[in-house]
Design a protein around this ligand. Structure first.
Ligand code: SDX
Length: 431
C-alpha cells in the first residue's frame, strides 16, 4: 500500500477537509478521497475516470506524454525485440523475468493445459456459423466455469493459479476453434511440440487433408503482436475484470466480462474497425475526404486506430507494429500493399493537420495491427479475438493483484442523481 506523502485540503461551504496524498514510483501524485463522503458529505464526480486512480498497481505503467509503456518496469520495445510472449506472461504474472529453469517449467505447465474439455466442442455447435468469433469466445470463456470446477474458488491460491494457467493456455485453442467454426473446417488439436504462437497459427490454418508447416516469420510476428497487447494499466476491459472480480465472481466469468468489454469499437474492436476503414478509404486520393469527416463535429465518423485516453504522444506499440508491418509484408513478398500505403499517408496527413495535432491524436495499437493480421491470412473478425487472447494474461495478472490486496472491497461507485424526487403512484385511470 502507498505511504502518505502529503495532505490536500479541500474547502467548500463552511467545510475544510484534509485528505491524504500518496506519491507513486512513477506518474502523478494521488489524493485519497476514500473518506470524503464520511467527512464532507459529498462525492467526487468523474464519469469517464479521466482523473481517477481506481487502484494501486505494480504491473504496468504508461507515460502518455513521453509515449512510454513499461511491463513491470521493462520498456515494451525492448520486450518486443528481445523477449517472447510466454516469458512476458511470466513477467506480468509473477513480477520478474524468469530464470531459464523457471521459464522452462512455466512453458511446460502452459503447454500441458492447451487442450479444452472435449465436450466444449459441442458448445461451439450451438452458435450459427456466421456468429462473430467474439460472441463465441465470450460465451465459451464464461462456460469454462461449467467445466473446470476445481479452479473456481478465488480464495484458494492454488485454484487461482491453475485457473490462470488454464485460461492463458486455452485461449489460443478457443480462439482458433471459433475461427475454424466460422469457416466450416474441423477443429485442429493443439500440438505441444510447437511454441505458443506457432501452435495458435497451426490450429487456425492447418486442415486435416494437408501437412502444415508454420512460417517462422509469421510465428515471430504473431508472438510480437501478443506481447504488444498483453497489458495496459486500468483500461476499460481490465477495469471490467477488476470490478467483476471484486464481487467474488469466478475467474472465468471475470475474464468473459473483460472479453465482452474489449469487443467495443472504441476499445479492442478498433483493430477490426481500423482495417475496415482503411479499406473503405481504398486509395490515397480519398484520404482528405475522410480526414474532413473525422474533423466534422456533426459527423460521428472517427479515424479508427487514432487517439487514446492516455497517450498524448505516439503509442509505442504502434511504432513497433508499424515497423513489423513493413518487415512482415516485405518478408512475405507482399509489395505495393495499398492498405499499408493508405495507412502511412493517412498517418502523415493527420499528424500534419492542426485538428489532430491540437488534440494530440496519434495512431494507437489498433492502427497497424490489422494490416499485419490481414497479411497473415486472418479475417477482420479475428482481430479482436487475437487482442483478447493476448490481453488474457494482463486481465488475469490484474485480477490476481486485486485479490491479493487485503484491503480489497467490492467496487460500488455512487452517482450524481438528476432524476425525479419522490412522488406518489397514480392509478392508470387518473393519468
Ligand atoms: C484501445 O485504454 C487503453 O489503454 C485502451 C488500449 C489498451 O491497450 O487497452 O490502448 C486499446 O482501446 C486503443 C483505442 C482504440 N480505439 C480507437 O482507435 C477508436 C477511435 N478513437 C477514439 O474513439 C478515442 O480516441 C478514444 C476512445 C480512444 C479515446 O477517447 P477519449 O479519451 O474519451 O477522447 P475523446 O473521445 O474525449 O476525444 C477527445 C477529442 C474529441 O474532440 P472534442 O470533443 O474535444 O472537440 O478528440 C476527438 C474527439 O472528437 N477525437 C477524435 C478521435 N479520437 C478523439 N477525432 C477523430 N478521430 C478520432 N479517432
Amino acid at each position: 500500500m502507498a505511504k502518505k506523502t502529503g495532505t490536500a485540503t479541500l474547502s467548500f461551504g463552511d467545510k475544510s477537509i484534509a485528505l491524504p496524498m500518496y506519491s507513486p514510483t512513477l506518474g502523478p501524485d494521488v489524493i485519497d478521497v476514500t473518506g470524503l463522503y464520511k467527512l464532507g458529505g459529498v462525492f467526487t464526480y468523474d464519469p469517464g475516470y479521466t482523473s481517477t486512480a481506481s487502484c494501486d498497481s505494480t504491473i504496468t505503467y504508461i507515460d502518455g506524454d513521453l509515449g512510454e509503456l513499461l511491463y513491470r518496469g521493462y520498456p515494451i520495445d525492448q520486450l518486443a525485440e528481445k523477449s517472447h510472449f510466454l516469458e512476458v506472461c511470466y513477467l506480468l504474472l509473477y513480477g520478474n523475468l524468469p530464470s531459464a529453469n523457471e521459464l522452462e517449467d512455466f512453458e511446460d505447465v502452459v503447454t500441458n493445459h492447451t487442450m479444452v474439455h472435449e465436450q466444449m466442442a459441442s458448445f461451439f455447435k450451438g452458435f450459427r456459423r456466421d456468429a462473430h468469433p467474439m460472441a463465441i469466445i465470450t460465451g465459451v470463456m464464461g462456460a469454462m466455469s461449467a467445466f473446470y470446477h476445481d479452479s473456481l474458488d478465488i480464495n484458494d491460491e492454488n485454484q487461482r493459479e491453475i485457473a490462470a494457467i488454464r485460461m492463458i493456455a486455452k485461449m489460443p485453442t478457443i480462439a482458433a476453434m471459433a475461427y475454424k467454426y466460422s469457416t466450416g473446417q474441423p477443429f485442429i488439436y493443439p500440438k505441444n511440440a510447437l511454441d505458443y504462437s506457432s501452435n495458435f497459427l497451426r490450429m487456425c490454418f492447418k486442415v486435416p487433408a494437408e501437412d502444415y508447416e508454420v512460417n517462422p516469420i509469421l510465428s515471430r510476428a504473431m508472438d510480437r503482436i501478443f506481447t504488444l497487447h498483453a497489458d495496459h494499466e486500468q483500461n476499460a476491459s481490465t477495469s471490467t475484470v477488476r470490478l467483476a472480480g471484486s464481487s467474488g465472481a469466478n475467474p472465468f466469468a471475470c475474464i468473459a466480462a473483460g472479453i465482452a468489454c474489449l469487443w467495443g469499437p472504441a476499445h479492442g474492436g478498433a483493430n477490426e474497425a481500423a482495417l475496415d476503414m482503411l479499406r473503405e478509404i481504398g486509395t490515397v486520393d480519398r484520404i482528405p475526404e475522410y480526414v474532413a469527416r473525422a474533423k466534422d463535429k456533426d459527423d460521428p465518423f472517427r479515424l479508427m486506430g487514432f487517439g487514446h485516453r492516455v497517450y498524448k504522444n505516439f503509442d509505442p506499440r504502434a511504432k513497433v507494429m508499424k515497423q513489423s508491418a513493413d518487415e512482415v509484408l516485405d518478408l512475405l513478398g507482399i509489395e505495393n500493399n495499398e492498405t499499408l500505403k493508405v495507412a502511412k499517408e493517412l498517418e502523415r496527413i493527420a499528424l500534419e493537420d492542426d485538428y489532430f495535432v491540437s488534440k494530440k491524436l496519434y495512431p494507437n495499437v489498433d492502427f497497424y495491427s490489422g494490416i499485419i493480421l490481414d497479411a497473415m491470412g486472418f479475417p477482420t473478425s479475428m482481430f479482436t479475438p487475437i487482442f483478447a487472447l493476448s490481453r488474457t494474461v494482463g486481465w488475469i495478472s490484474q485480477w490476481k493483484e486485486m485479490l491479493g490486496d487485503p484491503s480489497q472491497r467490492i467496487g460500488r461507485p455512487r452517482q450524481l442523481y438528476m432524476g425525479d424526487i419522490a412522488r406518489d403512484y397514480v392509478d392508470v385511470e387518473n393519468r
